[in-house]
Design a protein around this ligand. Sequence first.
Ligand code: SAM
Length: 295
Amino acid sequence: MADTLLGPAEIRELAARLGVAPTKKLGQNFLHDPNTIRRIVGVAGLRPDDVALEVGPGLGSLTLGLVGAVRHVHAVEIDPTLAAALPETVTAAHLTVHPADALKITGDRFDPAPTMLVANLPYNVAVPVVLHLLAELPTLRGGLVMVQKEVADRLVAGPGSKVYGVPSVKLAWYAEAKSAGKVPPAVFWPVPNVDSGLVAFTRREPPADTERRKVFAVVDAAFAQRRKTLRAALAGWAGGADRAEQVLRSAGVSPQARGESLTVGEFAAIAAAANSSPPGGKLSPSDAEPKELNS
Ligand code: SAM
């Protein structure tokens, strides 16, 4: 890790020199606490041969920590002033700055290919950024991201939890996620009015070879009306409540269940059943009763 990490005085001085007034629109809350940087880099589980991808390096607080821990850092920053200034703050030769929107970035621009996502994410786009990058960069083996605490709780929630929802299931498609702790508002400038949380994730094989897009369509439909039974919630997606019931039974899922109780494997089974049982087709007797699914 670099000897000199940025504290409150350096952050203010850098921002003043660059004429940066942090904006809410871009989720600009900059870390000014070297201990938090050391903590993030420590719990990220980085290996010296990793290639880190940082989204939103801002003034460079975390970037300075990352360049000392891995063989290459890619930093993707949407704000042109911050992107242009980063190489002056972080003078490492193994840093590549990408002045770009992380939501639109494609995997082909990174050389070497990123293996770990480590970022204090812009809070308003944190979930879409993580999901986009996991889809776009199969070389990512995992990551550690800081997000709003409430979003962190949602990302790591499992079936049955009140906060289990679309972000939880979609992240579970790609990775196993767990909470890596809470971060107080005081370590940021400007001070946000919410706590932050760290989420650590490790990529794993998708739970089924069903097309991801089709599985995610079921997830979106199920949680769009999360209080309804799946029979009702999936009626629009399936082309009618009877068809939804047929598909659910064929997938081994109770039509009376709600999306909040299903694992990502069960969502995948529903998408697969819709693919393989034609609308109006007869179910085989063995498919007629709901059964327990693994995963
Ligand atoms: N990493 C820095 C730190 O910890 O001090 C800054 C983190 S700040 C929460 C988020 C950063 O993401 C800002 O620098 C902001 O300009 C940048 N940002 C916002 N939206 C972005 C996007 N779509 N793509 C890339 N960077 C983005």
